[in-house]
Design a protein. Structure first.
Lengths: 449, 314
C-alpha cells in the first residue's frame, strides 16, 4: 500500500477547454440536430436501419400511426447575441435528464441514441458556443428547465447540474426541447459575423440529413426551410448502378457505385463527385475525392475525368459505437475494421466505373464515343428506391464502335451533283438524297456483307 | 489489366517446355489439394486463354473443372479467340481483367491465374488488390510475371528501382537499392505482388494468404509464378494435411527460395533410356554414357511433368 496519493482529477476549466477544441461550430450545430433527431427516433420508434431509406417508411410499432405523422420541426436561429435550437421531437424525460443526458459519456447499459454515440454531443456543443445556457424540455405531462452559468460552473468543484421541473405539454405534437445559448464566446461571435457561415451551415445540413429532411424532420435555419440535397447517383437503360452488401461485427454495410445523373447541359459536376458515406442514415463524408476513401491509394488519384463517379456507402448498426465514425461525425475512423473491409470492397466496385470513365475520356475517338453515348442518357435516381435493387455489378452496355453512327459531311461542286442527278434521271432529288443514294449504292455493290 | 495477346501471337504457347512443366506441376498440386479436402472439381477456373487455351484444356481434362472463364482484353482478337475456344463450357469475356475480377462470384471458390508476360506494373498490382478483396475463402490465386530487369537496355539496380518507384511506389516500403539487383528481382516482385494482395484482404478477419507455389523458370525471359490459397485456419489445416510425397516443387513458406524449373535438353532416345530407370536413387549413373549428377537430378525431379514434342505433318 502506498503512503501518499497524488491528486490527478481534472480541473473542470481545463476539461471544458480541451473538450471543445477539436470541433467546429458547424459540427456543434449538427450535434444539436443529431440530438433532436435522436429524440424523434426514440419518441416515434423510427427504425434507423436500411428501412430508413425506402420511400415507404414503416415504423416498428404501427405503420398506420407513422404515416399520419407530420415531419417534426427543428428550428435553428442565431444572431450575435444568441444561438437557439428548438424542436418538437418529443422532448427529454426528467428521469433521463437526471440520469443520462447530462453525463459526459454514456453509462454502461444506458439507452444509446442512433445518431448520438459518445454521449458528449450536446454538452460539447453548448459549452463551445456560449456562457449562458438554458435548456427547456417538455414531454406530455412533464418537463424541466436547466440554466447553466458556465464560468461559474467551471470554477465549482461539483460535477452536478441542478434543474427544476416545469409543466409538461398537453399535446405530443408540441413536446420538444428548446436550447438557448447567450453570452456567446468571442470566437463564436467572429464566426457568426462571417458572411459565409450561414450558407456553409445550410449546405452541411442539406447534405448531412438528406435522408431525414422532408420525411421525418423539417429543419429551418433563421426561418428558412432547408431542402434536402440529393446525392446525384444515376442510371439509364444502358448503365446500371453497382450494389453490394455485407455484414461484419454487427454492422451492416450497403454500398453503391456508378455514374452521376447528367446535368441539363449533358455534363457532370465535379463538386458532386466522389464517395458519400452515411452512418445510420446521417452523412459523415460528402463527395470525398481524397485518401480517406482510397483515392490516390487504392484508387487512382482523383482527376477531372472521374467527375462522373458517385459512390455511396451506408453503415448501419443498432449500436452506434460500432460504426466507423469519428466523434465529430465529420469523418471516419480509418482503423475501424469494418471500414478497412469496406474500403477494399469500395475499391473493387468502383474500378469498373473508373475504367468506363477512362475509356470515355480516351484520346481515341472510337474508344471514347460508345461511352459518351451511353453516358448521355443517365438520369439521377431517387436513392430511396435503391434498396429494392439486387446486388449487381456496374455494367455499361455500350454499342460496339462498328455499330456506332457517325455523320459524314463534305462539300462537292454543284455541277458534280447535277451530273449524278442527270445520270440517275432524278432531277428532283436533294443533294443530301443524292449523297445517301450514292453511298448506299457503293456499299451494296462494292462491299457486300 | 493487359493479358497476353502481345506475346500470344509471337510465341507458340504450347511449345514452351518449362511453362508446360509448371502447368503439369500445378495440376499435380491441385490433385493433392483435392485429396486434402479442397473440392477442386467444383472450382471456377479463370485465366487468360489467349488463342491456345493450353491451361484450360489440361484443367478441364485432368481436373474435371467445368466452370471455365477466359479473359481476353484485346477486342480485335475476339473472333479468333472464340474460334479457337476448345470447349463449350469455356466462357469467353472480352474485357479487362480489372473489370472481370470484381464480378467473380463470392459464393463459389475460384482458381484465378493472372498469367502475365510483363514485369510487375501498377495495373497488375491493382488486379492483385482486387483479387485479395474479391476471392472467396478457399480460393486459389496464381500470378505470373516477368522478372527480367524491366528496362531492356539496362540491368542497373538504379534503373530498375526507378521503374518500380513509378509502378509500385505504395508497396515498396523502405526497400533499398540493393533489393533491385537483377538476381533479387524475382523475390522483390513476389513481395510487392503479395503486398498488393494483402492490401486487398484488409479487414477480412481471420483470412490469410497461405503460400503454395513459388516457381522460377525461363523458356526465354525469367518468369515467376507465385500462388496460394486465400483462406482461414480451416484451409490452413487442409493444406497441412496435403500429401507432400514427391511434391518437391511446393513452397509453403514465402521465405524459401523459389522452385526453379530446369529443363535440360535430351534426345528422344536418351529420354526413353532415362525414363526406364526412373525414379532412380540418388547418385545413380547411366551405363551407356556419362551425364553430370546435376542433369540426372534435374531430370528425376521433372520427368513426370516434362512434355514430349513431335512433328505432325498436317
Amino acid at each position: 500500500m502506498s503512503e501518499l496519493i497524488a491528486d490527478a482529477r481534472p480541473t473542470k476549466g481545463l476539461f471544458l477547454e480541451m473538450f471543445v477544441r477539436d470541433l467546429s461550430l458547424e459540427d456543434c450545430v449538427l450535434d444539436l440536430v443529431d440530438n433532436s433527431i435522436d429524440s424523434l427516433v426514440r419518441s416515434r420508434n423510427i427504425d434507423v436501419s436500411e428501412s430508413l431509406i425506402p420511400a415507404t417508411v414503416v415504423s416498428k410499432e404501427s405503420s398506420q400511426h407513422e404515416t399520419n405523422l407530420e415531419p417534426a420541426n427543428i428550428d435553428i436561429s442565431f444572431d450575435l447575441d444568441h444561438f437557439q435550437v428548438k424542436d418538437n421531437c418529443g422532448g427529454i424525460s426528467v428521469k433521463d435528464a437526471k440520469e443520462e443526458v447530462f453525463r459526459f459519456g454514456h453509462l454502461e447499459g444506458a439507452i444509446e441514441g442512433q445518431l448520438g454515440v459518445y454521449g458528449i454531443g450536446l454538452k460539447r456543443a453548448i459549452f463551445k458556443i456560449g456562457n449562458e445556457i438554458s435548456i427547456e424540455s417538455r414531454m406530455v405531462d412533464e418537463g424541466f428547465k436547466m440554466v447553466i452559468d458556465v464560468p461559474k460552473w467551471s470554477e465549482d468543484l461539483d460535477w452536478t447540474l441542478p434543474f427544476d421541473t416545469i409543466e409538461g405539454t398537453a399535446d405530443q405534437k408540441t413536446a420538444g426541447t428548446l436550447i438557448r445559448i447567450e453570452s456567446l464566446r468571442v470566437e463564436i461571435i467572429e464566426r457568426l459575423k462571417s458572411g459565409t457561415f450561414e450558407s456553409r451551415l445550410k449546405e452541411m445540413i442539406e447534405r448531412t440529413y438528406c435522408l431525414f429532411l422532408n420525411r421525418y424532420v423539417d429543419v429551418t435555419l433563421n426561418g428558412h426551410k432547408i431542402e434536402p440535397k440529393a446525392i446525384p447517383l444515376g442510371d439509364s437503360e444502358e448503365v446500371n448502378i453497382a450494389k453490394e452488401e455485407f455484414e461484419e461485427n454487427g454492422v451492416k454495410v450497403t454500398m453503391y457505385a456508378g455514374l452521376a445523373g447528367r446535368t441539363e447541359d449533358n455534363e457532370w459536376k465535379q463538386v458532386d463527385a466522389g464517395w458519400y458515406i452515411a452512418c445510420n442514415g446521417r452523412l459523415v463524408v460528402t463527395a470525398d475525392r481524397d485518401k480517406l476513401t482510397g483515392w490516390g491509394v487504392e484508387l487512382p488519384i482523383f482527376v477531372p475525368k472521374y467527375r462522373g463517379f458517385i459512390g455511396l456507402v451506408f453503415f448501419y448498426s443498432r449500436r452506434p459505437l460500432l460504426l466507423p465514425w469519428t466523434t465529430t461525425k465529420q469523418g471516419l475512423n480509418i482503423e475501424s475494421l469494418v471500414y478497412q473491409r469496406a474500403l477494399t470492397r469500395m475499391t473493387t466496385i468502383a474500378r469498373p466505373v473508373l475504367n468506363f470513365l477512362n475509356s470515355m475520356f480516351s484520346s481515341s475517338e472510337s474508344e471514347r464515343e460508345p461511352q459518351r453515348i451511353a453516358a448521355a442518357g443517365i438520369k439521377s435516381v431517387d436513392i430511396t428506391e435503391l434498396t429494392e435493387r439486387p446486388d449487381i455489378q456496374f455494367i455499361a452496355r455500350t454499342i460496339k464502335p462498328e455499330e456506332m453512327a457517325i455523320s459524314v459531311q463534305f462539300s462537292v461542286k454543284q455541277k458534280e451533283i447535277d451530273r449524278i442527278k442527270k445520270c440517275l434521271g432524278k432531277y428532283s432529288w436533294s443533294a443530301r438524297r443524292i449523297a445517301r443514294y450514292t453511298f448506299d449504292h457503293f456499299l451494296k455493290t462494292e462491299c457486300p456483307e | 489489366m493487359k493479358p497476353i495477346s502481345k506475346s500470344a501471337l509471337s510465341v507458340q504457347y504450347d511449345l514452351r517446355p518449362a511453362k508446360q512443366v509448371e502447368r503439369r506441376m500445378l495440376v499435380d498440386a491441385f490433385q493433392r489439394l483435392a485429396q486434402a479436402g479442397f473440392e477442386i472439381r467444383d472450382y471456377q477456373y479463370t485465366g487468360f486463354g489467349s488463342i491456345y487455351f493450353v491451361d484450360f484444356i489440361i484443367f478441364h481434362k485432368l481436373l474435371g473443372i467445368n466452370k471455365l472463364v477466359s479473359i481476353e482484353h484485346d477486342g480485335s482478337l475476339e473472333e479468333r479467340v472464340k474460334y479457337n475456344c476448345p470447349f463449350k463450357c469455356v466462357d469467353i469475356k472480352i474485357d479487362l481483367s480489372t473489370n472481370i475480377i470484381p464480378t467473380l462470384s463470392q459464393d463459389i471458390n475460384h482458381i484465378l491465374w493472372l498469367d502475365y508476360d510483363e514485369p510487375v506494373k501498377s495495373s497488375i498490382l491493382d488486379d492483385m488488390y482486387l483479387a485479395g478483396s474479391q476471392l472467396s475463402s478457399g480460393s486459389i490465386i496464381l500470378i505470373t510475371v516477368d522478372v527480367e530487369p524491366p528496362d531492356k537496355e539496362s540491368d542497373e539496380p538504379k534503373v530498375s528501382k526507378e521503374y518500380f518507384e513509378n509502378e509500385a511506389s505504395k508497396y515498396l516500403g523502405t526497400m533499398e537499392i540493393q533489393e533491385f539487383t537483377k538476381s533479387k528481382l524475382p523475390r522483390m516482385s513476389m513481395l510487392v505482388l503479395l503486398k498488393a494482395l494483402k492490401e486487398g484482404m484488409r479487414g477480412r478477419i481471420g483470412i490469410e494468404y497461405h503460400p503454395i507455389f513459388n516457381f522460377l523458370y525461363a523458356d526465354d525471359h525469367r518468369m515467376i509464378t507465385i500462388g496460394g490459397v486465400i483462406g482461414s485456419e480451416v484451409e490452413k489445416r487442409k493444406i497441412r494435411k496435403m500429401n507432400l510425397e514427391g511434391a518437391i516443387y511446393l513452397r509453403t513458406n514465402i521465405d524459401d527460395n523459389p522452385y526453379e524449373i530446369k529443363v535440360t535438353p535430351f534426345t528422344r532416345k536418351e529420354r526413353h533410356l532415362l525414363d526406364s530407370a526412373m525414379p532412380c536413387p540418388v547418385g545413380w549413373q547411366l551405363q551407356e554414357f556419362k551425364l553430370s549428377e546435376e542433369d540426372v537430378n534435374t531430370y528425376r525431379e521433372i520427368y513426370r511433368f516434362l512434355p514430349s514434342y513431335v512433328e505432325i505433318l498436317l
